[in-house]
Design a protein around this ligand. Structure first.
Ligand code: NI
Length: 172
């Protein structure tokens, strides 16, 4: 296994929609194992393929952050087929959006269809925190970051801060 580099905003790859997985082969399994290791090492609650520069639709997440081995989940081609209600995701953050957190309005409950890593179809019903994690990671494979879901003003402040940091880096 190997640790992968996590792309950060404003990397253009983070805005690209991932393509469906059609072949579950050794290379894909290695990518999945590396994503899991990278997520726990970061540490993060979830990681999506687009964050490591892979354009196949894969998400891994563990809402228990490694406390409960059973809560590690790998989903291929995840898709939200039903969403309802509203919940505020407090202080949401992302490994690809360093040093920034914000409240995000999310759906309170979801039904998600996906394949497991063996290719078996799954249907997941999720509420509250699990629903938030799923929406965040499924957004990633659709090329969406949580900063795309906050107010334009807050987003601009973050973008300006990053631009300034990048410029200061160039001047060194
Ligand atoms: Ni994220």
């Amino acid at each position: 296994m190997a640790l992968l580099d996590i792309l950060t905003y404003p990397d253009i790859f983070l805005t690209k929609k991932a393509k469906p997985v059609v072949n579950i082969d050794d290379a894909l399994n290695k990518t999945i194992d590396d994503m899991i290791e990278t997520m726990y090492n970061a540490p993060g609650v979830g990681l999506a393929s687009t964050q490591i520069g892979c354009n196949k639709s894969i998400i891994v997440f563990d809402p228990s952050s490694g406390e409960n081995p059973k809560s590690l989940t790998v989903l291929l081609n995840p898709k939200i087929i039903e969403a309802g209600g509203e919940i505020v995701s407090e202080n949401e953050g992302c490994l690809s959006v360093p040093d920034f957190r914000s409240d995000v309005i999310r759906s309170a409950s979801l039904i998600v269809e996906a394949l497991d890593r063996e290719g078996k179809p799954l249907k997941i019903e999720a509420e509250e925190y699990l629903a938030i994690v799923l929406q965040h990671e499924i957004d990633h494979v659709n090329g969406i970051l949580f900063i795309d879901r906050i107010s334009a003003l807050k987003r601009e402040l973050y973008k300006r801060r990053i631009k300034k940091q990048l410029k200061q880096g160039d001047d060194k």
